[in-house]
Unconditional design. Structure first.
Length: 258
């Protein structure tokens, strides 16, 4: 195994993205996720799938811990580490309608849903996605993907058609129901540990305005509210997605409203 410095010199010859190290102005922001600080030795920000392959091989060659960051929204802070390598996919954020007639879209592995929604809205399309615009497409989709349209259109992963993915040996593969189907099965709900998805192919759907609102009840009414809510949703139109926030810790603990 080569030293990190030797591997870094080799990486610079074939890596077109940004290499961010401690001491530079960008490092403080690049070293952390939204919720968790970190102190990685290198933050690599690839600009292509080829760059991701090079970054994976660099990490393997050094033996340093590897973290992969999409939106960086995870509570445990898996998108950073201490003393290791972080592959930050934020530059891979393109949104493209590849088949307008069939509503097929391709989204970069580092995009956030806040980037996706307006890009697709310009085409009258949407995907059943998360509920927060700063959440990454990758983290949400690979883990399931509950969003505001889940009752009618399913989870984000239910709308996934294929992925372009870099595996641990640095190979670039395409996985769908017909090509590498077992890998495709694994990425739909298996989390981010089977590879780094550089692009997602989704089945979008035509969309119109979305209406939303919040109804609050006193905590003392929780039993009645929860039973009534569950009973209503059994027969509610599938266009209605509803979520209960019960004793939200950000709004007063056990006495918080429902």
């Amino acid at each position: 195994m080569s030293s990190p410095l030797e591997n870094l010199q080799h990486l610079r010859r074939g890596f077109n993205g940004d290499i961010i190290e401690p001491g530079v102005a960008e490092y403080e922001a690049a070293s952390r996720t939204i919720l968790v600080p970190g102190s990685p030795a290198f933050v690599l920000r690839p600009k292509s799938a080829g760059d991701v392959r090079a970054a994976v091989r660099f990490s393997a060659g050094t033996g340093l811990p590897l973290a992969v960051r999409g939106g960086g929204h995870g509570f445990p802070g898996f998108g950073t580490n201490d003393g290791g390598v972080v592959i930050d996919l934020s530059a891979l954020s393109g949104v493209e309608v590849v088949d307008a007639e069939r509503h097929r879209v391709r989204i970069g592995g580092g995009a956030t849903w806040g980037q996706v929604a307006p890009a697709l809205a310009a085409h009258g399309l949407a995907i059943s996605s998360g509920d927060t615009k700063s959440v990454g497409v990758g983290g949400l989709t690979l883990s399931g993907g509950i969003g505001w349209k889940v009752r009618k259109y399913g989870l984000a992963l239910d709308n996934l058609l294929a992925v372009e993915i870099v595996t641990a040996d640095g190979s670039l593969l395409y996985a769908s129901a017909d090509e590498n189907p077992e890998l495709f099965w694994a990425v739909r709900g298996g989390g981010g540990n089977v590879g780094i998805v550089t692009a997602f192919d989704f089945q979008a759907h035509p969309t119109t305005d979305v209406f939303y609102g919040t109804i609050s009840f006193p905590a003392a009414e929780a039993p009645t509210v929860l039973q009534g809510w569950a009973e209503y949703l059994r027969t509610a139109p599938e266009e209605l997605t509803s979520v209960v926030d019960f004793a939200n810790p950000f709004a007063g603990g056990p006495q918080a409203p429902v």
